[in-house]
Design a protein around this ligand. Structure first.
Ligand code: NAD
Ligand code: IPM
Ligand code: MN
Length: 360
């Protein structure tokens, strides 16, 4: 029997509703397929903040590091400023564990109608760079309360950060239709984006079967709405990928359906699985939350842990989430097992070591 130790953080708002639903599914699947899933539940989040003045204990990262995977609901509460809650839990986990890929499938599901009445099935993988870009720690607020009060946040793209996201995306595209779309904004306005484009193009040249199209993100947003079925794999920076993935989930039906995997592809640290949506304070406690995004995130977690078949339960028993495998048999491979080869030591360094807050 395979044993996996899983850290569970339900977190805030509807996280506390959708996580128990997904755990129930995971336990059922585990019993059918002979898996031993050992869950450890952590009550970290905004209520914990109310009691302790922090989102997780000082040694929270060390506690999580002992687990094979992390299963998260959502973080964010009207009672706690987002700057505290997000920089106190979600973002440190993504960074400390080098979860530099945020993989977000966008796929039409049987029986769920798209608000667009899409003419063809949609099957897109968004590969979001998850550790740097617009979410940098360089910057801050100055001259608070004065007329020249200023807020600055540098966008940081490193060759390491962009190339490993591009490698992952190109590897995925090679196992599918070979069409990679890189979200960009390089029409002379955002100075960092031509660098992103160059590194993506150089990286993709190493994948002969993959073609890359650099698409301006504003036009790409329209493309996602008008002809989403023509897209295969999208690679995007942290912020652009965040926005495109909420848009993508809505195009296929609802933000409540969409899963995500925050991956450390080398497997040196635990990866984190969570839905794309947040804590939805507007519906929390009302029994309205759609648990499919959380359940499907659980399916991605099982796949990551080496159990792709357990995502498909025997007919007539129980079925969790949709399969995000390709319909084409020759392309059927484990999506999450596109691993960065260990012979590429440059892809294992920790990114942007010297970053710090520069202002008060
Ligand atoms: P949200 O995703 O929580 O909600 C956006 C809208 O979608 C709301 O109307 C909500 O009711 C609806 N919705 C979301 N999930 C749903 C579900 N499963 N079923 C049905 N409807 C659903 O985004 P928001 O309102 O902008 O953010 C709320 C809080 O969550 C904020 O504090 C934000 O920072 C945080 N947040 C956290 C994460 C995360 O933990 N990864 C992700 C996004 C937002
Ligand atoms: C997500 C969320 C987070 C992000 C926020 C809550 C920091 O929107 O996971 O998509 O932007 O990464
Ligand atoms: Mn988001």
């Amino acid at each position: 029997m395979s044993t996996h130790s899983i850290a569970v953080i339900a977190g805030d708002g509807i996280g506390k509703e959708v996580v128990p639903a997904a755990i129930e599914c995971l336990e059922r699947i585990a019993s059918i397929h002979g898996l031993d899933l050992a869950f450890t539940f952590f009550d970290w989040g905004s209520d914990y903040y109310g009691r302790h003045g922090r989102m997780m204990p000082v040694d929270g990262i060390e506690q999580l590091a002992k687990h094979d995977a992390i299963f998260l609901g959502a973080v964010g509460s009207p009672e706690v400023p987002d700057t505290e809650s997000l920089w106190g839990l979600l973002i440190p986990i993504r960074r400390e564990f080098q979860q530099y890929i945020n993989l977000r499938p966008v796929k039409t599901l049987d029986g769920v109608s798209s608000p667009l009445e899409a003419k063809n099935p949609i099957d897109i993988l968004i590969v979001r760079e998850n550790n740097e870009g617009e979410y940098s720690e360089v910057g801050g607020r100055m001259y608070r309360g004065l007329p020249h009060e200023t807020a600055v946040q540098e966008t940081i793209f490193t060759r390491l950060g962009v190339s490993r996201a591009a490698h992952f995306a190109a590897g995925l595209a090679a196992s599918r239709q070979g069409r990679l779309t890189s979200a960009t904004k390089s029409n002379g306005i955002i100075h960092t984006m031509p660098f992103w484009d160059e590194v993506v193009a150089e990286t993709v040249r190493q994948y002969p079967g993959v073609s890359v199209t650099h698409e301006l993100v504003d036009a790409l947003a329209a493309h996602l709405v008008l002809k989403p079925w023509t897209l295969d794999v999208i690679v995007a920076s942290n912020l652009l990928g965040d926005i495109l993935s909420d848009l993508g989930s809505s195009v296929t039906g609802s933000i409540g359906l969409a899963p995500s995997a925050n991956l450390n592809p080398e497997g040196d640290f635990p990866s984190l699985f969570e839905p794309v949506h947040g804590s939805a304070p507007d519906i929390a406690g009302k029994g309205l939350a759609n648990p499919v995004g959380q359940i499907w995130s659980g399916a991605m977690m099982l796949e990551h842990l080496g159990h792709p078949r357990s995502r498909r339960a025997p007919a007539g028993r129980v079925r969790i989430g949709p399969s995000c495998r390709s319909r084409h048999p020759r392309r059927r491979r484990n999506l999450l097992h596109v691993r960065i080869h260990r012979s590429r030591p440059d892809l294992h360094q920790r990114p942007h070591p010297g970053h710090s807050m520069t202002t008060a």
